[in-house]
Design a protein around this ligand. Structure first.
Ligand code: PEP
Length: 254
């Protein structure tokens, strides 16, 4: 059974005190995670220890990083390596968020190196892909997303790709309040799964969790997560409000 995941992406938001208060407020609200469900908090690097302390030993709850370097160590001032994150027991890293692709010029080739760095150090990449509005309007979104997957993931072995979580995030839906319809999400998720199956076979493709991201809210999460190929969400804005994120966790499929 595929994992169903509600992943919070705090981006560059909240002070330390606000982050602590948010995690306390989420803990205080009723939510339970079934054995196949996880909640993940992708927090800014300096808040990782705080978030781990807050999350404690809660079952199926993890703290993630929002990025890592493609290098493992050395003279790269300001960078954070996956080996550093691993030494802090961080299990997940978001790789290739569209904001990193756009503002920090991260290419598919660089992201392939980051994915390798994660997998070689027992860390699960949450690999983001997704098209711009211009690509969606031109109707070439499937080719575009297939290219992102092929160039950053298709060098992996069958075993290695099975350890990747994919997040499909259409750029036109991120932080815009414009969500893909549940049909659009399902169509792309099914396409992503079929593209993976074309190289690795159906059983590998069926085992990979594919999250949807792009203005997920408490009001649309049940419908989007209810789609057969949608295995939860990567959530920005709504993850910063305790009530909303708890409702999103509670919307995960059992
Ligand atoms: C994101 O940060 O990955 C995201 C999807 O943001 P939002 O939910 O605010 O659209």
């Amino acid at each position: 059974m595929r994992k169903q995941i509600a992943a919070a992406n705090w981006k560059m938001n909240l002070t330390l005190t606000e982050g602590e208060a948010l995690l306390d407020a989420i803990s205080a609200k009723p939510h339970t995670l079934a054995p196949n469900q996880e909640a993940i908090y992708a927090v800014p690097f300096p808040y990782i220890s705080m978030a781990q302390a807050k999350v404690g030993a809660k079952t199926n709850v993890y703290v993630a990083a929002q990025n890592c370097s493609n290098k493992l160590s050395g003279a790269y001032t300001g960078e954070v390596s996956v080996t550093m994150l691993q030494s802090m027991c961080v299990k997940y890293v978001v790789i290739g968020h569209s904001e990193r692709r756009e503002y920090f010029n991260e290419s598919n080739e660089l992201l392939a190196q980051k994915v390798d760095a994660c997998l070689e150090n027992q860390t699960t990449p949450i690999f983001c892909c997704g098209e711009s509005l211009a690509i969606r309007e031109a109707g070439t979104q499937n080719d575009y997303v297939a290219g992102q997957l092929t160039e950053s993931l298709f060098h992996l072995s069958e075993t290695a790709i099975s350890h990747v979580v994919i997040a499909y995030e259409p750029i036109w839906a991120i932080g815009t309040g414009k969500t893909a319809s549940s049909d659009q999400a399902q169509e792309m998720h099914a396409f992503i799964r079929s593209h993976i199956a074309s190289k690795y076979g159906a059983s590998v493709a069926d085992s990979i969790s594919i999250l949807y991201g792009g203005s997920v809210k408490s009001a649309n999460a049940v419908e989007i997560f209810g789609q057969p190929d949608v295995d939860g969400g990567l959530v920005g804005g709504a993850s910063l409000i305790a009530d909303k994120f708890v409702a999103i966790i509670n919307a995960l499929k059992k």
